[in-house]
Design a protein around this ligand. Sequence first.
Ligand SMILES: C[S@@+](CC[C@H](N)C(=O)[O-])C[C@H]1O[C@@H](n2cnc3c(N)ncnc32)[C@H](O)[C@@H]1O
Length: 290
Amino acid sequence: MSATFAQPPVGDPCFTESYSRVILKQRVFQEIGQIVYKACGIRLVHGKEELVRSRLLKRLRALGLPNFEVYMHYVKDKKNEQELKVMIESLTTNKTSFFRENPHFEYMRTSILPGLIARGSGVRIWSAGCSSGEEPYSIAILLDEEWPCLNRSDLRILATDISTPILEKARKGEYEKELLMGIPAYFREKYFSRILSAPVPTFRINDSIKKMVRFANLNLMAPWPMKGSFDLIFCRNVMIYFDHATQQELVRRFYDILVPGGYLMVGHSESLIASDCDLKYIRPATYMRE
Ligand SMILES: C[S@@+](CC[C@H](N)C(=O)[O-])C[C@H]1O[C@@H](n2cnc3c(N)ncnc32)[C@H](O)[C@@H]1O
């Protein structure tokens, strides 16, 4: 079915009020869950109904659609192919921060990078599920801080995510002051500059750091176009949204794309996922391909 609907008058209080009464039926929630799982591995488990409803209500409102049943027809209509991507983007969780789970960065600084750099054959790092860029920029800052003379052409930091809007944000590299609270003041001063024209205190990451990171749109469930392998993969707080079978398959693919001696870092709450794969446990949430 394809249908056209009049756009609602923006800010019309009656319209907003009517949307607050739109119900997401269990059957439709399950259908959304199946579609999202198939497309990107994210599991919408029981309990997520209200989150799905509130996030997708914004899409109903933007498209002028009256309820979730009609929205699902819209998503499945071949003419609206792009909406599946928008739906997934609306449902992803993008929470992140600079130097999140700092022990990973400390371990990288003290125990992984010195050996890699001494080896002299370049360093390849992948931030898989990079969200708005804080994770790959933290990696770049750390490298610049500790190894300022490292030749930039010997370094690759690839940062990928499924969400196009979040990658746009990452590429911009602009962060409100509160988002920089967790990093040392010295880093703020050295690696960011204040955007004077911004209405609220906002800082932009320096171009020298931006240039160290290459951002790309990638669904981890799809084939990976990258050539060559990685010395270090960060895939933190991403697999937490996948089921066990999907996690296992992904970890297997990470294994294949790591060099022998390469590391996989996962989120601290995900540390069980490698229990049945060939990676060696090194320390909490850190694994190595032997
Ligand atoms: C909670 S954020 C984690 C960001 C960062 N890694 C960290 O730990 O701070 C999870 C990110 O994974 C992305 N993501 C979820 N499913 C994905 C998939 N199938 N392929 C690629 N990225 C995905 C989301 O868009 C989101 O930006």
